[in-house]
Design a protein around this ligand. Structure first.
Ligand code: MG
Ligand code: MG
Length: 270
């Protein structure tokens, strides 16, 4: 989970330099990423019509603890929120974009559901999200999910030493814009490491060659967050769930990645 609107002083975060991880730190992040990928895969496999979103949260919680890891979102309190997030997994169904709170809501055939999960292992964080179909979904929805996942992989391909943060956002924007989907600009990716959210912001739009230069050893979470319609969003009365203003469906794909001198390494690859 990460939102720009949660941070009261964005200048403070932007002015912090992005951390370069040591080889030892990178090794720990690889381990955290592997744990997360395994747990998220188990949660994904449990998605079906008839399951409640709370059941998915319970699976995520139990599997994280059984691996000796710590849920990153449970009790996480973003600066501008009055209450901490009450669950391990963010489960966002259909027009819910991110930060959906698990509940007794039952998934139905034809829904799409975003599963966003974070954990820490030996003091290092990993963060990843997928949007998956519940049973059979329409062709339009299938194409939307495929495009959203492709946007993530195009963005990751730009995460190379010597490129800029803006190259990542540009890759998402230039792929998504012609398809008439919305890019939810209030939400962005982020640096990650000893903290769940570190500098820099990693927006899903931008100009080529703009923003901070990427260097080997940076670890960032890249996460295109898209709607099938308009990009505007609002926060529901529970204080957390972000929903599309026009009621259109939303998709969210995220990986934690390591920037190297060559190909980016996906630390949360399932
Ligand atoms: Mg996430
Ligand atoms: Mg994130």
């Amino acid at each position: 989970m990460h939102t720009r609107y949660e941070i009261p002083d964005t200048r403070l975060l932007m002015s912090m330099s992005t951390k370069i991880k040591s080889p030892q730190e990178i090794a720990l992040m690889r381990t955290a990423g592997k744990h997360l990928a395994a747990v998220l895969s188990e949660v994904r496999n449990a998605v079906r019509a008839g399951v409640s979103t709370r059941e998915l949260d319970t699976i995520a919680h139990d599997r994280i603890l059984s691996r000796g890891c710590i849920p990153a979102f449970l009790k996480y309190k973003p600066d501008m929120h009055h209450k901490p997030f009450p669950a391990t997994l963010c489960v966002s169904v259909n027009d819910e974009i991110v930060h959906g709170i698990p509940s007794e809501r039952i998934l139905k055939e034809g829904d799409i559901v975003s599963l966003d999960l974070g954990l820490s292992s030996d003091g290092f964080f990993a963060d990843s999200a997928i949007t998956v179909p519940v049973g059979e979904i329409s062709k339009d929805k299938k194409i939307f999910l495929r495009d959203a996942e492709e946007a993530l992989h195009l963005a990751i391909a730009q995460a190379r030493a010597g490129n800029h943060i803006g190259d990542i956002g540009h890759a998402v924007e230039s792929f998504i814009k012609p398809k008439k989907y919305g890019i939810v600009r209030d939400l962005s990716g982020h640096g990650i490491g000893r903290e769940l959210h570190e500098s820099p912001y990693v927006p899903n739009f931008g100009k080529k060659g703009s923003g901070e230069i990427l260097r080997a050893g940076m670890t960032i979470a890249i996460e295109p967050i898209l709607s099938m319609g308009r990009p505007e969003m609002f926060v529901a009365s529970d204080g957390y769930t972000c929903k599309t203003s026009d009621g259109s469906l939303a998709a969210h794909f995220e990986h934690t990645i390591l920037i190297t001198d060559g190909e980016p390494e996906i630390l949360t690859l399932i």
